[in-house]
Design a protein around this ligand. Structure first.
Ligand code: URP
Ligand code: ZN
Ligand code: ZN
Length: 470
């Protein structure tokens, strides 16, 4: 089945131009000059012509940080692979990279098999896995080599959550040494969890138990400190390091300084850190702030964190925008912590709104159209070893294509979103621009405000090594 997308503006990480995109089956086969003989011939022969007049034609979004069904604090993230990946599709994201989890005492292989079982046959879009190492020991270090060969080329470690996912500096150094040897990328949750637990315990014993204390006991200095420390460990090991959900100026400064010295240090931020803050959201009256509990936490508005993050995205000190999609409902989930912020499950859902929210950066003049495509699609593909299969509109690449309408508008709301959540962290935000059509491997799965895909359309992506390093 051939399809021709005509009259649109194709946007890549490096430019924009009028072009027609010819798709054959699941693959892009050509970019054609509008009006040229080849374009006219392609149109005559195409089984379907899609009119993209007035729209941007961009590579499908890649959300390299999601947690479907993540067990956390006695409950589990409320989106399944089916509901979460379908919501991703609605929002113009055609690939997710989720985190398989090894918790303390578990074996890496069994944990990974459990994640394959959760996702297989369920996803609306293609998916890959990172592996969380929650118990770095001889066996899990050995397993890292095997996993790289199986397409799991990145490993997340935690400097936070003592007793749950936490790795000490020795464990981190060992995992980094393995990564230096086998080409994997270590992703880091950089917050000093030992110090945070002291502050959290002190707050709770004072009776400071509301959601805002989640943020107040996780100061940005402790994200900055952990980020700096992880960079030193990476340098000692000779390994690259990638910081997930970077939220603060202090952490960004540490990354920028290392990058300036030419080190292989990378970072992502997330929409919540660009749009939400500690006072208005985490500190909302009553228990409403629980909906904004995530780690790293939202930061104070009385500091330049958000301005610095937008700047970091422009300067490439921040390479990627991912969501850290980890949704919990208020009812029966967030409210587990109604008496103590430490029992509120950590996470915010947003997989559906990343492309829209970051496009607002283009509208506001914070970044270019090309940088939007780069941070939300092309760089994640390159960073996590799926480029050029994904992340670019080019002959030979998967036909994962989004038609984005800059003239349309929408308002984010729990009433209209497709994520399995009973609230939206972005309720009421008005979006200039809208995902119009989504094609996943040549199949139109979103058009005319309707979903046309099926669970199981998405397949597992065996990833290679990061092309930033190899
Ligand atoms: O609050 C968050 N970020 N929950 C998900 C787990 C993690 O640390 O990424
Ligand atoms: Zn994390
Ligand atoms: Zn996460």
């Amino acid at each position: 089945m051939t399809k021709l997308i005509k009259n649109g503006t194709v946007v890549s990480a490096t430019g924009r131009h009028a072009a027609e995109v010819l798709v054959d089956g699941a693959t892009i086969v050509a970019l054609l000059q509008p009006g040229s003989d080849t374009a006219l011939a392609a149109e005559a022969g195409a089984e379907e012509v899609i009119d993209a007049t007035g729209k941007y034609v961009i590579p499908g979004g890649i959300d390299s940080h999601t947690h479907m069904e993540l067990p956390f604090g006695g409950t589990a993230a409320s989106d399944t692979f089916e509901t979460g990946s379908r919501a991703a599709a609605w929002g113009g994201t055609t690939t997710i990279i989720d985190f398989a989890v090894q918790t303390y005492g578990q074996n890496v292989r069994d944990s990974l098999e459990a994640w394959f079982a959760k996702a297989e046959g369920e996803c609306a879009v293609d998916y890959g896995f990172h592996m969380i190492l929650g118990d770095v020991n001889e066996a899990s270090l050995k397993e890292m080599d095997t996993l790289v060969g199986e397409g799991i080329s990145s490993f997340k470690l935690f400097m936070a959550y003592p007793g749950v996912f936490y790795s000490d500096d020795g464990q981190i150094l060992r995992a980094m040494q393995v990564a230096a040897n086998n080409g994997a990328l270590i992703s880091m949750h950089a917050e000093n969890g030992i110090a945070i637990d002291v502050l959290a315990e002190q707050a709770a014993s004072r009776g400071d138990t509301g959601p805002v204390f989640h943020g107040l006991t996780r100061p940005s200095l402790l994200e900055g400190e952990a980020t700096f420390r992880a960079i030193q460990l990476a340098l000692v090991a000779g390994a690259p390091v990638y910081f997930v959900h970077l939220s603060s100026s202090e952490a960004l400064e540490a990354v920028a300084a290392a990058k300036d010295k030419g080190h292989n240090v990378f970072a992502e931020t997330c929409p919540q850190y660009l749009y939400l803050n500690l006072e208005d959201h985490l500190g909302a009256p009553g228990f409403a702030g629980a909906g904004y509990v995530c780690s790293a936490p939202l930061r104070t508005k009385h500091h330049s964190h958000q301005t610095d993050l937008w700047k970091g995205l422009r300067t490439n000190d921040l390479s990627i925008v991912a969501t850290d999609h980890c949704p919990f409902c208020m009812k029966d989930q967030k409210d587990l912590g109604v008496d103590d912020f430490r029992a509120i499950p950590n996470g915010i859902g947003g997989v559906e709104h990343r492309m829209d929210l970051i496009y607002q950066g283009v509208v506001m003049g914070e970044m270019t159209l090309e940088r939007w495509v780069e941070t939300c699609s092309t760089t994640p593909a390159r960073m996590f070893g799926i480029y050029p299969q994904k992340g670019v509109i080019a002959p030979g690449s998967d036909a994962d294509i989004v038609l984005y309408d800059p003239q349309a508008t929408s308002t984010i709301s729990v009433e209209t979103h497709h994520m399995n959540m009973d609230y939206s962290a972005y309720e009421g935000i008005e979006i200039a621009g809208k995902v119009d059509t989504v094609m996943s491997k040549g199949k139109v799965i979103i058009s005319d405000n309707a979903y046309h895909g099926r669970k199981g359309d998405g397949s597992y992506l065996k990833r290679g090594l990061s092309t930033y390093l190899h």
